[in-house]
Design a protein around this ligand. Structure first.
Ligand code: NAP
Length: 285
């Protein structure tokens, strides 16, 4: 068997058509466009890539994008004061804080100061709480992207066995709740699972497997359960190539559906962000 590729780019293209039409209609009704304001503290090559992609995506969809670059020496206090100004600014529909932040700035504190209605990355404790309650307006974009890819397969999720590797706040933890809310039996693996040497046992029972670790090919192809849905969130540079956390070639022979890296989760993550900006704007107007 050779798995069907879950091409995030194609799924994103369809969602973007809807977003674009909605932005156009909102513009006609309100005379204004949604706007995403991005705060960057200091310059950084990794965040520059994300900023470029966010700007391009926003502009293609008719969403305004403003980048506020603060000096690398910015204190936690002045970053929070900038966030508070944007909370009050009626022209800013959504606010994001680019990573990494310089040492001495508490990311969680910064995120907690974004008003929940403008927290388009879904990282405010109130929005994360709503993920647990199953009624979130904004959930973390990468978790949403993985969920959208899983649902795009059309496979009935009720009662399925899912295994997530990685328990970060942006992917594994919120995704485990999104799956649980769909009555998926969900196991979350992490560093201790890896150290105990039992990752293969867990992976072998996964009808839905999501890997978000950030280690090239940590999941071997022959661990994959026949017919599984495999969502590879990891992005790793190996030489001049980008590879995922799953040994793709071998996994493709066993899985029913698999995401490529690149072109899988990534394009959908930024699309989820844009969709959240439009939702935020709609609530605000
Ligand atoms: P992260 O915060 O570093 O989390 C990695 C997770 O993997 C942690 O929960 C860690 O556990 C766990 N882990 C580490 N080594 C392990 C091992 N040997 N066995 C089992 N679990 C292990 O990373 P992240 O931000 O979630 O990102 C993960 C990957 O996804 C990265 O490659 C990142 O670039 C990529 N990513 C892609 C997108 C996208 O849109 N495509 C978006 C976000 C992230 P401990 O915390 O307990 O150590």
């Amino acid at each position: 068997m050779s798995a069907q590729l879950l091409k995030g780019r194609d799924i994103a293209a369809k969602i973007k058509e809807d977003i674009k039409a909605e932005v156009e209609s909102l513009k006609q009704k309100t005379g204004k466009s949604p706007k995403l304001v991005s705060i960057q503290v200091g310059e950084n090559a990794a965040s520059a890539v994300y900023i470029k992609s966010q700007k391009k995506n926003a502009e293609n969809l008719g969403i305004e994008y403003e980048l506020k670059t603060l000096d690398a020496g910015t204190t936690e206090e002045s970053l929070i004061s900038e966030i508070k100004k944007l909370n009050q600014d009626k022209s800013a529909s959504g606010i994001i804080v680019q990573l990494p932040l310089p040492k001495g700035i508490d990311l969680r504190l910064a995120m907690s100061n974004i008003t929940p209605g403008k927290d388009v990355e879904g990282m405010h404790p109130e929005n994360l709480g709503h993920v647990l309650l199953g009624d979130a307006k904004f959930s973390p974009c990468t978790a949403q992207a993985a969920m959208t890819l899983i649902e795009s397969t059309g496979v009935k999720l009720y009662g399925k066995e899912a295994v997530i590797i990685g328990h970060s706040e942006i992917v594994g933890k919120p995704l485990s709740l999104l799956l649980l809310n769909k009555f998926v039996t969900t196991t979350v693996c992490h560093i201790a699972t890896g150290e105990r040497g039992v990752l293969p046992e867990h992976v072998k029972k996964a009808e839905i497997l999501v890997v978000a670790v950030g280690r090239a090919e940590i999941v071997k192809g022959d661990w994959i359960k026949e017919g599984a849905i495999v969502i590879d969130v990891g992005i790793n540079r190996v030489g001049d190539k980008l590879v995922g956390d799953v040994e793709f070639e071998k996994a493709q022979e066993r899985a029913a559906f698999i995401t490529p890296v690149p072109g899988g989760v990534g394009p959908l993550t930024v699309t989820m962000l844009m969709r959240n900006v439009v939702s935020a704007y709609k609530e605000q107007v």
